[in-house]
Design a protein around this ligand. Structure first.
Ligand SMILES: N[C@@H](CCC(=O)N[C@@H](CS)C(=O)NCC(=O)O)C(=O)O
Length: 203
């Protein structure tokens, strides 16, 4: 089995889906959490000067979705054929579109612009995505695609805390089928064990 190290800040955010997937598949990894003080010295050693980064037997790779997909393949959560893999990728990309639409508002520096963008986000963007995804979760018996566990479910459960943090809401409050998807992941014994030992962080 390769030697895995995950480098990221001491937050969940973009690193948590990767930590979730490694944990779900029972692939041991070093959970390396870099402080803001350590980061400037380490930044030039990372492929694109950003994290998360996965080190596989000493080789550092970047891009959270690519890393998650790589781990998903190791643990048979990436579909049984190219069409299944495509369907999973499409859902993960949709979740990532949703994340980016939330992030662009949350990190808007101009307060007046931000206030306006929050109205559109709350009244249009969030209901649009969550209503669609909730129907999809219902049609797939508590999964996001293919009616079975895939890395899309684990990715969504892993990124949700960050999305709730950015929107300052409980996004799934009125979306029980999506909550069921997340609960199934959180009830997995390997995920429970990881959550029990991970550092407590606000984000
Ligand atoms: N598309 C990349 C984005 C990575 C990214 O934006 N990383 C941020 C933290 S979430 C970072 O490393 N920021 C510190 C810096 O750029 O110096 C991914 O999904 O992995």
């Amino acid at each position: 089995m390769p030697d895995y190290k995950v480098y990221y800040f001491n937050v969940k955010a973009l690193g948590e889906p990767l930590r979730f997937l490694l944990s779900y598949g029972n692939l041991p990894f070093d959970d390396v959490r870099i402080t803001r003080e350590e980061w400037p010295a380490l930044k030039p050693t990372m492929p694109m000067g950003q994290m998360p980064v996965l080190e596989v037997d000493g080789k550092r790779v970047h891009q959270s979705l690519a890393m998650c997909r790589y781990v998903a393949k190791q643990i048979n959560l990436a579909g049984d054929n190219p069409l299944e893999a495509l369907q999973i990728d499409a859902i993960v990309d949709t979740i990532n579109d949703f994340r980016l639409k939330i992030a662009i508002v949350a990190y808007e520096p101009d307060d007046i612009v931000k206030e306006k963008k929050i109205i559109t986000l709350n009244n249009e963007v969030i209901p649009f995505y969550l209503t669609k995804l909730n129907v999809i979760a219902k049609e797939n018996n508590g999964h996001l695609v293919l009616g079975k566990p895939t890395w899309a479910d684990v990715y969504f459960a892993g990124i949700l805390d960050y999305l709730n943090y950015l929107t300052k809401t409980n996004l799934l409050e009125n979306f029980p089928n999506l909550q069921e998807v997340v609960n199934k992941v959180l009830d997995h014994e390997n995920i429970k064990a990881y959550i029990a030992k991970r550092p407590i962080t606000e984000v």
